[in-house]
Design a protein around this ligand. Sequence first.
Ligand code: 7PM
Length: 278
Amino acid sequence: MIFQCGNYQLNLRRPQVMAILNVTPDSFSDGGQFNAVDKAVERALQLIADGADIIDIGGESTRPGAIPVSLDQELSRVIPVIEALSQVCTVPLSIDTYKPEVMRAAIVAGVDMVNDIRALQEPGALDLLASSHVGVCLMHMKGTPQTMQLAPTYADVVEEVRLFLIDRYQVALANGIAKQRILLDPGFGFGKRTVDNIALIQQLARLAEIGPPLLVGLSRKAVLGTISGGDEFQRLHSGIAASVICVMNGAKMLRVHDVKATVDALKVVVAVMDQHQE
Ligand code: 7PM
């Protein structure tokens, strides 16, 4: 199984690790623009050395209650970093944005994939991706980052997410986006209660059956804190457990902060899953 993202092809026989590179001001404390780009490049190279298969660059936090960022602010944060990284990076780059204008500028600047929490629903996003060769992740979100965790409820969360992802997948195909360019993602934490996140982990195989490879992002998320305790900086071990379960349940790519730990843990998963049972 191959994921085609720009000029790269990722072989999904082995689970792939997508490293999170936040380029929000709080990510690089000194805040100076030049330093921010330099530090982002330095960080990205470290993530690659740790084993990242792809780097996901985000200029706007989309966690619950996050303050929206203006188009110009987001562009000024991510484009210089993409331009610098595309010169030195030996792995594909992804842009985590739902704004078509940011997608367009990022593609021009050299990204190989668009990671869209709005699954190409914003006006212009679908046509832009159809006219490009970059990869795309179609993710489920209920509501918006400002509203999604207020009181989400589902009759059947897995079925609702499944039907949404099938619809967005079919729309993408109908607009000429090749199957090999598409990833699907249940959107853990995007309008989901703990009970919903757990049900989605349990029944991940039902989403994998849709066809495209699954990307999942549980790293440092609240559901891990609820289950295992700890603030967002004390969720490594619980995040590794969640990653292992998701891969065994069919996930092909993991979006994580802690690359080295995840790469090490996945080596055990691959060894166990690959060995033929006598
Ligand atoms: C709630 C908490 C929502 C944390 C979002 C976050 C994903 C993503 C993010 C994901 C894909 C954060 C994340 N999460 N993209 N971007 N899938 N495709 O780390 O699960 O802040 S943002």
